[in-house]
Design a protein around this ligand. Sequence first.
Ligand SMILES: [Zn+2]
Length: 305
Amino acid sequence: MNKMKKILAACLLAMPLLALTKPAAAELSVFACEPEWGALAKELGGDQVSVYNATTAFQDPHHIQARPSLIAKLRRADLLVCTGSQLEIGWLPVLLRQAGNTRVQPGQPGNFAATDFVTTLEKPVSVDRSQGDVHPGGNPHIQSDPRNMAKVAKALAATLAQIDGAHAADYAARYRDFDQRWQAAMQRWAQQAAPLRGVKVVVHHKAWVYLMDWLGMEEVATLEAKPGVPPSAAHLAEVLKQLKHQPAKMVIRAAYQEGRPDEWLSNHAHIPAVVLPFTVGGTDAAADLFGLYDDTIARLLKGAQ
Ligand SMILES: [Zn+2]
């Protein structure tokens, strides 16, 4: 078949499909601050939503530049889905101001913060910025525990139905289906992760407190002396010393984090440096929300061997 014929055949094949798809304008436009919320919105919204992820798994969600392209996307959004608890405090307020989109401003139904629907851990008694990136609402990195994801899913499905009432029944059905698959997956993960109970780890950033809580693992040290402050040589030496009488099985970091401090500790303490996806897209296997936890557990089990 020559090239022209091939194109023609492809067009003819595509035609009935095109006739079935809804016009783009009918979709609810979702702006997700982090990939895990974009993935969740897609699970729950299906064809009713178009999702834009503001960040990838290889960017530090604490520090994002408020680029014009992000502002343009937020201007057209019907729903903003973010972590909240001040994770995005360095960039989201600027975006919101510049976008001037009333639908997604704080207090509106189109402004959804995931941490509003879970119990956050590590809520500081007092907030002192000299202590680094300390978040007054508690540790924002809730996505490392799938039980949090279940709670956020329920709330997000309700929000989708509220904003797009015409498709409320679709969102409810999708949520029921997702929740069933999620509950089954959580049982499987709990079984697979049983050997991780009590395992001691060093973490790069205080980003895994919910994961530790979920799997019964223990964080014995952090490479960042203060959250968000890059590990110093002096602090690394201290951690190494600490490991002599309180050994750890591995040192873990997110896919976006610079790995040199981890590799240094790995070489000196003779423990593996483990990279976890942290969010959807952080590794090839973490292609969706289910893959995110499948791969996280697989990597932790390998590290703990
Ligand atoms: Zn953080």
